[in-house]
Design a protein around this ligand. Structure first.
Ligand code: DGL
Length: 263
């Protein structure tokens, strides 16, 4: 059976893989992390589009049946341009999160946090307002969150201080729903929750992405319903760094399923 292909700028897309494994246990998955060129969040639109196309071509060589763009920056910049240029279905992480957020908000004020690239692209704002023009969107880049997560700084005074500074515009705008628009941010959920308060709904699109992938595979009659899925991981550089971090992103429960990283 053909695998599902997933790519990200590095290790963060494993938050999406975790959900895919959970919801689609029979599917084989091939993951590509572009660790030689991470981070994408500070790169230009043109560069992110070029890298994304190269990543897709790599995955197509692995004969994938569907591609999931697990990176928010790549989904924001590249997906609108490349989506219809390939024969396999391509699913990004933006629309599933947008739908969930629009459904969740009561006061029609949604916050979006992401990399500089994701925020600059305005893709979230545009998609939210296409779905619900009345929603007021407050979007803020939180560039220090990615290195914090990669260094394992998931709590403590420094992280809390930075989070308070970044998230102030969202508090001022009195948003009731916030999209965690970056692969890494779900790992900072407790700090973000502490700053924004219990009443703010945090949206992590990974679950909805897996729901959408399952729906597409079902509708195209290519859903695997038997056997245990195999998972392969490829990186463009530094496999040791990747495997060191992989556990944090995949979660302990999946430790045993992790395969050796191939280069
Ligand atoms: N994967 C990226 C994203 O979700 C975060 C890391 C990066 O900047 O490459 O936007």
């Amino acid at each position: 059976m053909r695998p599902i292909g997933v790519f990200d700028s590095g290790v963060g897309g494993l938050t999406v893989v975790k959900e895919l494994i959970h919801q689609l246990p029979h599917e084989d998955i091939v993951y590509f992390g572009d660790t030689a060129r991470v981070p994408y969040g500070i790169k230009s639109r043109e560069t992110v589009i070029r890298f994304s196309i190269e990543n897709i071509l790599f995955l197509l060589k692995q004969d994938v049946k569907l591609i999931c763009v697990a990176c928010n920056t790549a989904s924001s910049f590249a997906l609108p341009v490349i989506k219809n240029h390939f024969k396999v279905p391509i699913v990004g992480v933006i629309s599933p999160g947008v739908r969930e957020a629009v459904y969740a908000t009561q006061n029609k004020r949604i916050g979006v946090i992401g990399t500089k690239g994701t925020i600059k692209s305005r893709t979230y704002e545009i998609e939210i307002n296409q779905l619900e023009p009345e929603v007021k969107v407050t979007a803020v880049a939180c560039p220090l969150f990615v290195p914090f997560v990669e260094e394992g700084w998931l709590s403590g005074d420094v992280v809390l201080d930075v989070a308070r500074t970044y998230l102030k515009p969202l508090k001022d705008a009195r948003v009731d729903t916030v999209i965690l628009g970056c692969t890494h941010y779900p790992l900072l959920r407790p700090v973000i929750k502490q700053v924004l308060g219990e009443n703010v709904t945090l949206i992590d699109s990974a679950k909805q992405v897996a729901v959408e992938v399952k729906k597409i595979l079902g509708s195209e009659n290519i859903l695997n319903t038997k056997g245990k899925g195999k998972h392969s991981f490829y990186v463009s550089d530094n496999p040791e760094w990747f495997s060191g971090l992989a556990e944090r992103f995949l979660g302990n429960s999946l430790k045993k399923k992790k395969k050796a990283v191939s280069g």
